[in-house]
Design a protein around this ligand. Structure first.
Ligand code: ADP
Ligand code: F6P
Length: 483
């Protein structure tokens, strides 16, 4: 019987080995958190990296890791320290990530890292081939594995291969800068269906295919090597019920059942009467516009001083890719900015920014989402942004306001949020004021529409639409013969 296989760089869980003890943690990031429920409900396997360095592992530990992952229906792709440095931290996150997010000044092109990228994509291909048969459905995810569809298709001509990009696909003028552009495009074209979060990313991809590979494109189909490849947009949703129900449960909790954080947040509301909470949650990534957001908050406090002691920004940043220099610099810059603004505005009773640099368990995320009057999601560039959707799903009383950057893919589906250009501080600051002063009726009417849409197009629906479309891809395509 054919099976479904998910492949991504990071598995939904990460393994940490401390003093010979294994611990399993959930991975952070939209791909992992979103796909997790799709995987949990299905009977397929997920292939990816465990987060460990393979040469650290004794034979016994290796077996234990494999066992722990098998329980989660996961199969590891072992990465060496060189792979981690050159493929993951290097090519994936110093070349593709900044370029695809329009941060050209951060983009480096190193041949040795490109070679490592090819080598690791081949490593993934080997694990996929060892764990699949021709005819299985294989769904490959994200920018770390752009060459994989072609490598797999060559040996699995009768398998349906889907590819989904979780980050923006940049305009042709940006993509053309990339030295190995033909190879990347051909790698992706090994898939039968290529999906993006938005129509704009799809359009940019088709334009690159036409202008760089000079292939025939009919509406959203590409003719390549006598195969027909379908390209479409599928805006990723969230596990809406999980967030809604967890929040509902919180609201019904008795005092004894409340988490420490929930009690602390409630105390905050009671003690500082009239003080409102603005929440932001991201991985600490330069694409998320964190320094920009802090500066805009300062601008707001200067422009509307009547809000001093009346509002607080709670900012969660989860550590990410901290060995990449730009991320290290961002950490320093964020620490300094928070320190400077807190130093400048704090009073005995009030600190304007509460900043946490760590991951939080799901429980606590729900506490924060449900306690915040406003969510401030203002990336400079973001493929989708699931945090914006999670915030909406937790607002069971249909109150709360979402301020959302127009640079996030999510803004295309969330028109009822206050949509801003995060580079325009005037607009940014006015949006904060508008959110804090919005009547309950208006909050409710905006929230209701947002919730209805997110509930209908949840992550399950997203995955099933993608799979349906994949299974309907041209059944009579001629493919490269297996070697
Ligand atoms: P990205 O994929 O770029 O990280 P998304 O907003 O799409 O951005 O997804 C981030 C995911 O990571 C969300 O599901 C969010 O709940 C989770 N997350 C973000 N910050 C934290 C944190 N501090 N602790 C735990 N989970 C977090
Ligand atoms: O959703 C985008 C994404 O880049 C995923 O591909 C990735 O797994 C996640 O964010 C977090 O990044 P990382 O895997 O580098 O920790």
């Amino acid at each position: 019987m054919s099976k479904n296989i998910i492949v991504s760089n990071r598995l939904p869980v990460q393994i940490v080995l401390e003093n010979e003890k294994l611990a399993v943690f959930p991975s952070v990031g939209g791909l992992a958190t979103g796909m997790k429920s799709v995987h949990a409900d299905g009977d397929g396997i997920w292939i990816g990296w465990s987060g460990l360095e393979e040469t650290q592992l004794t034979q016994k530990n290796k077996e234990n890791v494999e066992k722990a992952l098998l329980k989660e229906k996961c199969i590891p792709v072992p990465l060496t320290q060189d792979n981690i440095d050159d493929f993951y931290l290097g090519f994936s996150n110093k070349t593709l990530w900044p370029l695809f997010h329009y941060f050209t000044e951060y983009t480096s092109f190193e041949n040795s890292q490109w070679l490592s990228y090819k080598e690791v994509n081949e490593k993934f291909a080997k694990v996929v081939l060892d764990n699949s048969e021709d005819g299985d459905t294989i769904w490959i995810h994200d920018y770390q594995l752009l060459l994989l569809p072609e490598l797999v298709k060559e040996h699995r001509p009768n398998s349906k291969i889907g590819f989904f990009l979780h980050i923006p696909y940049p305009s042709f003028e940006i993509f053309r800068i990339f030295p190995w552009r033909e190879q990347l495009l051909k790698g992706m074209l090994g898939a039968d269906l290529i999906g993006f979060h938005t129509y704009d990313y799809e359009r940019h991809f088709l334009s690159s295919v036409k202008r760089i590979l000079r292939l025939e494109v009919n509406f959203n189909q590409i003719i390549y090597d006598d195969r027909v490849i379908k390209v479409d947009s599928f805006p990723m949703g969230i596990d809406y019920d999980k967030f809604y129900n967890a929040s509902k449960l919180k609201n019904e909790n008795t005092q004894a059942e409340k988490s420490d954080l929930q009690i602390r947040l409630e105390e905050h509301h009671k003690s500082a009467s009239g003080t409102k909470l603005i929440l932001s949650i991201d991985r600490l990534d330069y694409t998320k516009g964190i320094p920009n957001r802090i500066k805009a908050f300062e601008y707001f406090l200067n422009q509307y001083p009547e809000y001093k002691e009346k509002v607080r920004l709670i900012m969660l940043a989860v550590p990410s890719r901290s060995n990449v220099p730009q991320y290290k610099r961002l950490k320093r810059e964020t620490d300094e900015l928070v320190g400077r603004i807190n130093g400048k505005f704090s009073t005995v009773n009030w600190t304007p920014i509460w900043y946490f640099y760590r991951s939080f368990p799901f429980e606590n995320l729900i506490d924060l989402y449900t306690s915040s009057d406003v969510a401030l999601i203002t990336p400079l560039r973001d493929g989708m942004n699931l945090v914006a959707k999670e915030y909406v799903a937790t607002r069971t009383n249909q109150d709360g306001v979402l301020i959302l950057s127009e640079m996030a893919g999510a803004s295309k589906e969330m028109n009822e949020a206050i949509i801003i250009n995060p580079n325009n501080f005037e607009q940014f600051s006015n949006a904060i004021k508008q959110a804090l002063e919005m009547s309950e009726e208006e909050q409710n009417s905006r929230m209701k529409i947002l919730q209805k849409r997110l509930k209908r197009y949840n992550v399950e629906k997203w995955a099933s639409e993608f799979m349906k479309s994949l299974s309907n891809t041209n059944k009579n395509q001629k493919t490269v013969q297996a070697t």
